[in-house]
Design a protein around this ligand. Structure first.
Ligand code: ADP
Length: 301
C-alpha cells in the first residue's frame, strides 16, 4: 500500500486574453475548478496506476473541501486520514492568458494546519511506501518520515516546491524524486549537468531519481549504480501534473517490487516515464493523470 501525507488544493482557473497588471481588471472567459495540490495529485496518480492508496491531509469545512474529498474518494483513494480543520481549504488562484502564460497565488489554508496524530502513525506504519512532498509543514513531513522509517516502510520524498532540506529529514529518505530545478536547490549546487546533480545528491540520500522532462529520467544510488531512461516520444499537449503522474507511478512500482535498486531502476523509471508522458498527452492537470492501462501501453510502445 502507498500512503501519501501531503497537500490538497482546489485550483480556481480563469483564462483571459491577457493577464491583469497591478490595479487592472480584465474580463476573463472560461472558469474551471480543478482539484490539485501535489499530495492529492500524487495519491490520485498512485490509485489510477493501480495501487491501494491512502491520503493523509487536511481540508477546510467549506464547499471546496467537499469537492477535494469527493475527488479523492472517486479516484479510489482511502480518505479516513483526511481531516476537516477550521478555516478555508487550500486554494490556488490561477490566471492563464491565451499564450498559456500564467500567474498563480496559492493560499495554503488547511494544508498549513495539518497536524499528525497517533492514528496517522498507524496508517503510515502500515504502508509499504510513504510518499511525501513539501506543501505541508516540514515538521509534519519529518514526523511522518520518522514513523515510516521506524516501521520499515520506504520513504519517497518529492522535494517540491524546491527548498533546501535539513539533514534531519534527508537522513530519513530512501528515494528522493526531483526535477532539475529542485535537484539544484536541494543539492545547493548550480549546474545543469544531470550527472553532477546526481553525484551531489547521492551524498545526501541513498537513492535519487531525477526527472528530465521530455528527455526522460535518471537514477543514481550510493552503490554506484547510474541509469538513464529516455521518455516515450509523444505529442505533448499539456505537461502540467506530468511530474505528479511520474512520482505517483514510481511509488506504485516501488510498493509492488518492494524497493528500488540499480537492477530494477531501468524498468521502474521506464514505467514512471510512461505515466508522465501519458499525462502530458492530455490537456488538464489532475484530470489528465493516467490509468494503469494507458501507462502499460506507453511503456510497452
Ligand atoms: P516537473 O513537471 O515536475 O518539472 P518533468 O517536466 O521532468 O517534471 O516531467 C516529469 C516526467 O514526465 C518526465 O520525467 C517524463 O517522463 C514525463 N514528461 C514530461 N514532459 C514530457 C514530454 N514532453 N514528452 C514525454 N514525456 C514527458
Amino acid at each position: 500500500r502507498v500512503v501519501v501525507v501531503g497537500s490538497a488544493n482546489l485550483d480556481l482557473v480563469v483564462t483571459a486574453p491577457q493577464l491583469p497588471r497591478p490595479g487592472e481588471t480584465v474580463l476573463g472567459d472560461d472558469f474551471r475548478m480543478v482539484p490539485g495540490g501535489k499530495g492529492a495529485n500524487q495519491a490520485v496518480a498512485a490509485a489510477r496506476a493501480g495501487a491501494d492508496c491512502a491520503f493523509v491531509g487536511a481540508i477546510g469545512g467549506d464547499g471546496f473541501g467537499r469537492l477535494l474529498r469527493d475527488n479523492l474518494a472517486a479516484a479510489g483513494v482511502e480518505v479516513t486520514g483526511l481531516r476537516t480543520v477550521d478555516g478555508p481549504s487550500g486554494v490556488a488562484l490561477i490566471a492563464v492568458d491565451h499564450a498559456a502564460e500564467n500567474c498563480i497565488v496559492v493560499a495554503p489554508g488547511a494544508n498549513a494546519a495539518l497536524t499528525l496524530d497517533d492514528g496517522d502513525r498507524d496508517a503510515v506504519a502500515a504502508a509499504g511506501v510513504l510518499l511525501l512532498q513539501l506543501e505541508v509543514p516540514l515538521a509534519e513531513v519529518t514526523r511522518a518520515a520518522g514513523w515510516a522509517r521506524a516501521a520499515g516502510a520506504a520513504v519517497v520524498l518529492n522535494a517540491a516546491p524546491a527548498r533546501p532540506l535539513p539533514a534531519e529529514l534527508l537522513d530519513l529518505v530512501d528515494v528522493l524524486v526531483v526535477n532539475e530545478h529542485e535537484a539544484a536547490v536541494v543539492a545547493g549546487v548550480f549546474t545543469d549537468e544531470p550527472a553532477a546533480l546526481l553525484d551531489s545528491l547521492v551524498g545526501l540520500v541513498p537513492r535519487v531519481v531525477l526527472t528530465l522532462g521530455a528527455r526522460g529520467a535518471a537514477y543514481a544510488d550510493r552503490n554506484g549504480a547510474r541509469v538513464e531512461v529516455p521518455a516515450p516520444t509523444i505529442d505533448a499537449v499539456d505537461t502540467t501534473a506530468a511530474g505528479d503522474a511520474f512520482t505517483g507511478a514510481l511509488a506504485v512500482a516501488l510498493a509492488e517490487r518492494g524497493g528500488l535498486t540499480g537492477d530494477t531502476a531501468t524498468a521502474v523509471l521506464r514505467w514512471a516515464c510512461a505515466a508522465g508522458a501519458a499525462c502530458a498527452q492530455r490537456p488538464g492537470a489532475s484530470t489528465a493523470l493516467p490509468e494503469r492501462a494507458a501507462i502499460d501501453a506507453l511503456a510497452a510502445a
